[in-house]
Design a protein around this ligand. Structure first.
Ligand SMILES: [Zn+2]
Length: 436
């Protein structure tokens, strides 16, 4: 049992268990390798859907989306057709640091914009609309500007030139490192949470460079992880005996073979009745539409009592859900089924906000990346990205694990806080969750 130790939680956005293990064993991440040797290292399931806004919201609250109310980067509030962008104000459960006794530094956690008053320092992660509202306390703003702090990598650069993107990725990482070191040394803190988010951007654009050692950007890919490992080593060297150190990711990654457009499939099957072109928007949803989808693959029934022009009555919902599920179940591209799993909301969400949840969520098969752009004119294509998110391959790595292993099977990202708590007080309630 540990007392008075500090807690350090370091996030690596999107980094899969397998990749971290591979880079550790190859010597690219020697400090991570050291932690693995005596630590607790497990694959974790992400949230459904496996996107950062949902998964980090579960990590920082310990709740499922039915309890914290974040189901994606976008939403359409009931009784409207307005595409909204949930942010930190939309989070319906408390992040752990609001109930924390000591001071905390919370840096670059996705979907925590705008920054809120707290006992400590908070710098929001993506999606953040401006740096000004991303910083608490505001007195830190001049320092951040002086250090050229950027919340996110400018991914638009990758569409022009991969070299420009890599340069921006490196500058963003270096500024993030400078700022975290500044806060680490100057602030008094009991909890330090920092998320490195450039990893997700890098893997989207250059997953192929990871897999192919002869790829012209392979060395750049490896260098990014090597640089992060250096900083992990720096943190390890400054730990005190009772400190807890955890590394984690919010979802996994793998090679992307095909983008599959969910709304285009719904349109082709006659469930969605608006044209797919560059002007398409959700305001055009008409009485003929039975269902529509929001990114990445959240399907909503166009219910009569939920949407202004909704037509599906309560007694028609079940049959429709079965018909839509059957369409995606049988959908194949190049002879391969596109869906690994199709979840109904009752299977995956519980809590007071479950009514806002999508009716169906699709999990893509290997290589299949779902999108829900209304503008897509084809069912599938092959875009600029070479990597895509996965549900089953996030990770948790805890340094110096002396705990029991028995409760630690089939973990998901929503249970990381239970482990943090276990490290602090030697008690855990995972049993109840796991067998509930
Ligand atoms: Zn991503």
């Amino acid at each position: 049992m540990k007392e008075k130790g500090r807690t350090i939680m370091i996030g690596l956005d999107g980094v899969p268990y397998r990749l971290l293990n591979d880079l550790a064993q190859k010597g690219v991440m020697p400090n991570v390798r050291r932690i693995i040797a005596d630590g607790f290292f497990r694959p974790l399931a992400s949230t459904i859907p496996e996107v950062s806004s949902v998964a980090w919201s579960s990590i920082i609250t310990g709740k499922n989306p039915g309890e914290h109310g974040i189901f994606g980067f976008t939403d359409i509030p009931p009784h409207t057709y307005r595409l909204s962008f949930p942010n930190f104000n939309s989070l319906k459960a408390e992040p752990f640091w609001h109930g924390n006794e000591g001071r905390a530094v919370i840096m670059n956690v996705p979907s925590t914009f705008p920054a809120k008053e707290m006992n400590g320092v908070h710098i929001s992660g993506f999606v953040s609309l401006d740096l000004m509202r991303s910083v608490y306390p505001q007195s830190l703003l001049p320092q951040l500007k002086a250090m050229n702090y950027q919340i996110d990598v400018d991914s638009a650069k990758a569409h022009k030139s991969m070299q420009l993107f890599l340069k921006n990725l490196e500058q963003t990482l270096e500024a993030r490192i400078n700022v975290y070191q500044y806060l680490w040394e100057r602030e008094k803190w009991q909890t330090f949470m920092l998320v490195f988010t450039g990893t997700d951007r890098l893997m989207h654009f250059l997953w192929d460079a990871y897999e192919d050692e002869s790829h012209r950007y392979h060395a750049d890919f490896v260098k990014h992880f090597c640089r992060i490992d250096d900083e992990i080593g720096m943190m390890l060297s400054q730990l005190k005996p009772n400190d807890s150190f955890l590394l984690m990711s919010d979802h996994g990654f793998e090679r992307l073979d095909k983008n599959v457009y969910v709304n285009a499939v719904l349109r082709q099957a006659g469930f969605l009745c608006i044209p797919g072109d560059s002007d398409s928007n959700f305001g055009q949803l008409n009485e003929k539409t039975c269902a529509f989808s929001l990114d990445p693959a959240r399907i909503y029934i166009h219910k009569k009592d939920k949407y202004p022009r909704g037509r599906i009555k309560k007694n028609e919902i079940e049959k429709l859900i079965q018909e839509i599920a059957a369409v995606f179940q049988s959908l194949e591209i190049d002879g391969k089924p596109v869906c690994k799993r199709i979840y109904r909301k009752e299977e995956i969400y519980s809590g007071p906000y479950s009514a806002d949840a999508p009716d169906l969520v699709l999990i893509g098969n290997e290589g299949i990346n779902f999108h829900s752009s209304l503008k897509a004119t084809t069912v599938h294509d092959r875009g600029i990205f070479t990597g895509k998110h996965t549900h089953y391959d996030a990770f948790l790595l805890v340094k110096d694990w002396a705990g029991t292993d028995t409760f630690c099977h089939n973990l998901d990202v929503g249970q990381i806080l239970d482990i943090v708590n276990y490290l602090k007080v030697g008690k855990v309630n995972i049993h109840e969750k796991e067998y509930a």
